[in-house]
Design a binder for this molecule. Structure first.
Ligand code: FMN
Length: 228
């Protein structure tokens, strides 16, 4: 190969590498598929009784965003692991079967790109399911769009139904979601946040956004936002 051909080839190679680098700089960073949440804290001075007394359903929210630490705390209250050996959690579970599946629709959270995420208790992480602001897909109630984030409850009762029966398994899942949602509502009070539990969601729109498997059924939505 002649020296001129080698120089031309080298120049072409440099050009290709340079344009790749430029393209990489211009493309915005995609939302991370896994988000490691900050560790939950248990140093809040509010007493349980004060939180119970102050809890009130709120459908109006402030313009300020939630922080990732606040979202982390709410998800931990919902299903955080508090006993690592057996994986026992903040909310009780029939036969320790843990059928609940907790999703987060983040709309206005500092440090977390808008999107629908699946909460993974083991590791305390979020897995991105659908990027972009999905709040309008939760339902027609205005507070769903105005809340900074929505916690969505689904349950997979397959395993517990095999050990009991379908009806009991679904009944127990609903009871467990009640336990967990109350944890979230009280944690909101403890953090100075507000929200409302909602049974009036749009399942047809939510299912594709959450990429809900056939085995999971939707149950409940809890909003979270700052005070107006
Ligand atoms: C199972 C259940 C479903 C609910 N669904 C909705 C809802 O879809 N929209 C809403 O604005 N509030 C909903 N709520 C909240 C109630 O309206 C609220 O708890 C009630 O008015 C009492 O007010 P408080 O929560 O401030 O004590 C629901 C509450 C429960 C327990």
């Amino acid at each position: 190969m002649g020296i001129r051909v080698s120089i031309v080839l080298a120049l072409v190679l440099v050009g290709v590498v340079y344009s790749w680098q430029l393209a990489a700089q211009e493309t915005p960073a995609p939302a991370p598929t896994t988000v490691t949440l900050p560790a939950a804290q248990d140093t809040n001075p509010l007493t349980l009784e004060q939180a119970l007394r102050q809890r009130r359903s709120a459908r109006a929210y402030g313009a300020a965003p939630l922080t990732l630490a606040q979202v982390s705390q709410l998800l931990w209250a919902a299903q955080g692991i508090t006993e690592p050996n057996k994986g026992l959690r903040t909310a009780p579970s029939a036969m320790a079967s843990y059928p609940l599946r907790v999703y987060l629709i983040a709309g206005h959270v500092t440090g977390l790109p808008a999107g629908a995420y699946r909460y993974v208790p083991r590791g305390h992480t979020l897995e991105l399911v659908t990027p972009g602001d999905q709040r309008t897909n939760a339902g027609a109630q205005p507070q769903m769009q105005h809340a900074a984030a929505l916690i969505i409850y689904a349950a997979d009762t397959t395993a517990i139904a095999q050990r009991t029966n379908e009806q009991l398994a679904r009944q127990w899942a609903a009871i467990e979601i009640g336990h967990s949602a109350q944890n979230v509502l009280l944690e909101e009070v403890a953090l100075g946040l507000v929200g409302v539990p909602m049974g009036g969601y749009d399942a047809a729109k939510l299912k594709p956004v959450l990429k809900l498997p056939e085995t999971e059924e939707l149950y409940y939505v809890v909003s979270a936002g700052t005070k107006p």
